[in-house]
Design a protein around this ligand. Structure first.
Ligand code: NAP
Length: 322
């Protein structure tokens, strides 16, 4: 696909996770011309979640890919355009129109909804980058089935780490969670499931100091943070689940963020730049779940419509707070 121009869209949504797809659905249904620009596969992190039990309306639960495919289909029903490319920059001209430039496209849009979510944090240890995809993974749902009958480590103590460990225990012969403290951060229900799973064990007060191997993971050095003692653990894979960080590189100068880089908005999803809205996990908020992401997306789309109907007014910076 070469460079093409789609001038004067009403709404450009960046990111096709739950927040972006919900925003697109609401904008499309309101007859706003809408484009969704996504750099990876549609569905965001939710599409890499094996099973979702807490999204209302699905009492039996639903697989993450299924749920996200349904959301995409629903948005497409309302003539939303999809482009698969990474956005490199966004700027705003004197008319208040945004230019959204990606490798594949350049769109001018009256409003932009940033719904780029988060990207996984890295451990930052030797061997991590070299062996990524060769035993180092950040997504159990994507890579877990490759580790049938093998031994794997999961790093982290939050919900993600325990969800990953429980999923991996369906395939791997042994899953060991490496956590830097002596207690988990994950919710009690997940902890109970992990503690009673015979395939899951724990290295407490431990961190990974090195990942060893040439063309695949062959072993992992872990260090006891209390004593400083290090030991070599044999494992075929290591799943890193130590949290994530917001993906805001391309709009840094147009938004305010909290100390961790999450975009500050008010409760109408407005950032400090008029017409630029943010929705979902990329936003500073208290609960990051599919259900809160879709809510943000709907609010952002309605706000985009309101902003255009009021002629793109400027609102004061001090209206925006987390
Ligand atoms: P998180 O809650 O921030 O947990 C990150 C974990 O990694 C913590 O246990 C932390 O240790 C550990 N950690 C951080 N940096 C580390 C480092 N450099 N080395 C070793 N360990 C490190 O992140 P998350 O688990 O990805 O969850 C993010 C959000 O998504 C949460 O709000 C969570 O509730 C939500 N979520 C929900 C579900 C669900 O409902 N089923 C599933 C997944 C995620 P400390 O505990 O010592 O800080």
């Amino acid at each position: 696909m070469g460079l093409y121009e789609g001038l004067d869209m009403d709404v450009a949504v960046i990111g096709a996770g739950p927040a972006g797809l919900s925003a697109a659905l609401y904008a499309g249904r309101a007859k706003l011309s809408t484009v969704v620009i996504e750099q990876g596969a549609p569905g965001g992190q939710a599409a890499t979640t094996h099973w979702i039990e807490n999204y209302p309306g699905f009492p039996e639960g639903i697989s993450g890919p299924d749920l996200m495919q349904r959301m995409e289909e629903q948005a497409r029903k309302f003539d939303v355009e999809f482009v698969y490319a990474g956005v490199n920059s966004i700027s705003r001209d004197s008319r208040g129109y945004f230019s959204v430039i990606s490798d594949e496209s350049e769109y001018t849009a009256k409003t932009v909804i940033v719904a780029t979510g988060t990207i996984p944090r890295k451990l930052g240890v030797s061997g991590e980058d070299k062996l990524r995809g060769m035993g180092v993974s950040y997504c159990a749902t994507c890579d877990g089935p490759f580790f049938r009958g093998k031994e794997v480590l999961v790093v982290g103590g939050g919900d993600s780490a325990i969800v990953e460990a429980l999923f991996l225990a369906k395939f791997a012969s042994r899953v060991t969670v490496v956590h830097r403290r002596g207690e988990l951060r994950a919710t009690k229900a997940l902890q109970d499931d992990a503690f009673t799973n015979p395939r899951i064990g724990f290295y407490w007060h431990s961190v990974v100091s090195e990942i060893l191997g040439d063309s695949k993971v062959e072993g992992i050095m872990i260090k006891d943070v209390r004593t400083g003692d290090a030991k070599l653990v044999e494992a075929d894979g290591i799943f890193v689940a130590i949290g994530s960080r917001p993906d805001t590189k391309f709009i840094e100068t147009m938004v305010d963020t909290d100390e961790r880089g999450y975009i500050l908005t008010d409760d109408r999803m407005r950032t400090r730049t008029p017409g630029l809205l943010a929705a979902g996990d990329v936003r500073a908020k208290s609960l990051r779940q599919v259900v809160t992401a879709v809510s943000d997306g709907a609010i952002a789309a309605v706000e985009a419509e309101r902003y255009m109907s009021e002629g793109g007014r400027i609102y004061p910076k001090d209206t925006v707070s987390p």
